[in-house]
Design a protein around this ligand. Structure first.
Ligand SMILES: [Fe+2]
Length: 596
């Protein structure tokens, strides 16, 4: 009798941007998930295959049994391939984007590439996804390609990584197969699209607008680059500005919430006038970012108003206490922190990678669920620590060839020494275990510092991160102390929401308090990251402050480091004082004297 081959599920996020690969075990447990940008060290990895021919065979060999069958789950459906066969991508993109593209392509920093190039790039990425994996001679496994709806992939990622038995799921995105926003119901493992979103006619689809593209436009008007994902900067800058009713008059009449989605709310002619107005009030060449802080603040305000209206409509259509939110707009941590105040939802889950990279995991989960109806996915799916580890060979080579002595520590000594370094005011790179999946460093690929030192923000910006002064740094706080430090505290496991500090705590940790009194926090529990929890605990025991500054281990414009070589390059070319790799402590002074 022949034994059935075990099936592994390989998810591929195959958008033009943020490709990623996920591998699920035959039991549905995520074994590995990583954005392609990390491996390539190429921010957002535009136009890159998630299953490239060099790396993927090694991953399959590492994580799958030799004779396993591979189900390759791609995060876009066949319908999207048909959409991409249309004569012009501009007509597929929403009217606000399309109008702006045609009117101002060369005049103003509209974020998207030319429509023809987007069409070709997207079609290539999507049609080739999985082909490398299926055809590589270095992957002996049988592979079957399946395609899944993009927003369904987003929704699966959000729902199956939540702890909810039932919830509403909102996908608020740049675009999907035929909608920019999709709403789902999740109940006992079943995910279904919410009725009432059937925009089938071409006329209705042409009226559709994307909240993601709206925010990208505000980002570009503020002089930042949404291609690089600089929407973060709008949120950081917004805190320096004020709501301006005259700007709202330009922005708000563009769109309206209708039938559980967003539609254009004015004529083409009116839209062009408004976009000209936006161009007029946008950041001009040579102007400081602070000059458009009111635009950032008002854009964020309008974004929040529309988002709230959408979520209120969702709750009315499907009352639930629980909301799982994903899609690119779920990266808006400022709004995420306000959702529970502004809507009847009582619990919010945003996964660690809510943007398109998360669809790799979502698509793999859909494939698993399709094969195992009624089987619950394992709870381990909620961990963010699913990426690569540092190469032990590289670490061994460092020890052998760099002439460094006595760099290894016991666990106790490591925690004691690193907490002391932070207290001394040193800036420490901290690399442990598997890298985080998603854009945030959550204590495995982090730069850590003492948040009590007011000067730390400027030091980090000027000698390590090389970025604008107005951008804040995040706090990582022990979860049980969260309510002592933040008003209306909510656990923020993946650094996905921004909350207001209690006034009496702001002066204690000034380096992580943004100008508006908020912080985009990470809540840390022992069960989620024992070593990081113990490090903050050691710091707390010595200082009485259960919180450290935590920013990603990268420099501006680069992805978070992937290899030890990347990390050493960053260490030696920035003002980092020390680099901790697993149990090894490298101090800049000793390193420099050993090398030079
Ligand atoms: Fe998406």
């Amino acid at each position: 009798m022949t034994q059935e081959r075990r099936r592994y599920y390989v998810g591929l996020a195959a958008s033009l941007h943020d490709p990623a690969i996920a591998i699920l075990s035959p039991e549905g447990l995520p074994l590995f998930v990583e954005g392609t940008e990390r491996y390539l060290q190429n921010k957002r990895a535009y136009n890159c295959a998630p299953d490239d021919l060099i790396r993927t065979p090694r991953l399959i060999e590492q994580f799958c049994e030799p004779d396993a069958e591979l189900i390759v789950a791609v995060s876009w459906s066949d319908q999207m391939l048909r959409n991409l066969s249309m004569a012009s991508f501009a007509s597929f993109v929403d009217p606000v984007s399309a109008t702006f593209m045609s009117q101002h392509m060369n005049e103003f920093a509209w974020p998207l590439p030319e429509s023809d190039l987007m069409l070709i790039g997207s079609r290539n990425n999507l049609s080739q996804a999985g082909i490398n994996l299926k055809s590589s001679r270095r992957i002996p496994n049988a592979a079957i390609i399946r395609r899944y709806d993009h927003h369904m992939s987003h929704a699966a990622h959000a729902a199956y990584t939540s702890q909810f038995d039932e919830c509403c799921v909102a996908v608020v995105d740049g675009y999907g197969e035929n909608r920019s926003t999709s709403l789902f119901l999740f109940n006992e493992g079943r995910l279904e699209i919410l009725p009432g979103q059937s925009w089938d006619s071409d006329a209705e689809l042409r009226q559709q607008v994307s909240l993601g593209h709206f925010y990208a436009r505000i980002c570009a008007a503020c002089g930042f680059d949404p291609i690089l994902g600089e929407e973060w900067k709008v949120m950081g800058l917004a805190a320096y500005g004020h709501f301006d009713p005259s700007i709202e008059k330009i922005l708000h009449p563009m769109l309206r919430v209708s039938d559980l989605g967003l539609k254009v709310a004015c004529s083409d002619h009116e839209l062009r006038i408004k976009l000209d107005d936006l161009k007029r009030i946008g950041r001009q060449p040579g102007q400081a970012a602070e000059k458009v802080a009111d635009l950032a603040a008002t854009g964020q305000h309008v974004f929040e108003d529309w988002s709230t209206e959408l979520l209120l409509g969702l709750h009315e259509a499907a009352p639930s206490e629980n909301l799982a939110l994903c899609g690119g707009c779920a990266l808006n941590s400022s709004y995420n922190g306000r959702i529970l105040e502004r809507t009847p939802f009582r619990h919010l889950h945003v996964p660690s990678a809510p943007a398109d990279d998360g669809c790799a995991l979502g698509a793999a989960m859909l494939a698993f669920v399709e094969d195992h109806p009624g089987v619950t996915l394992p709870a381990g799916a909620a961990s963010a620590y699913l990426g690569s580890t540092m190469s032990p060979t590289a670490l061994q080579n460092l020890k052998s060839f760099a002439g460094l002595r006595d760099i290894e520590r016991t666990r106790t000594d490591l925690l004691n020494e690193v907490s002391d370094m932070l207290i001394e005011g040193l800036i420490v790179g901290w690399i442990q275990g598997q890298a985080e999946f998603g854009p945030r460093a959550l204590g495995n690929r982090s730069i850590l510092a003492d948040a009590r030192r007011e000067e730390m923000k400027d030091r980090l910006n000027s000698i390590v991160k090389f970025r604008e002064e107005f951008r804040p740094f995040a706090p990582s706080v022990l979860d049980e102390y969260g309510a002592e430090y933040f008003e209306n505290y909510q656990t923020s496991r993946y650094m996905e929401r921004t909350l207001r500090f209690r006034p009496e705590k702001m002066r204690i940790v000034p380096a992580v308090v943004h100008v508006d009194g908020t912080g985009r926090l990470q809540s840390v529990r022992h069960e989620w990251n024992p070593l990081f929890y113990d490090l903050i605990s050691a710091f707390n025991q010595k200082t009485g402050v259960p919180l450290v500054l935590n920013t990603s281990l990268n420099v501006m414009g680069k992805p978070i480091v992937h290899s030890l070589e990347d990390a050493l390059g960053l260490f030696l070319t920035t003002g980092l004082d020390a680099l901790v790799v697993e149990n090894c402590v490298l101090r800049k002074k000793e390193m420099a004297s050993a090398l030079f």
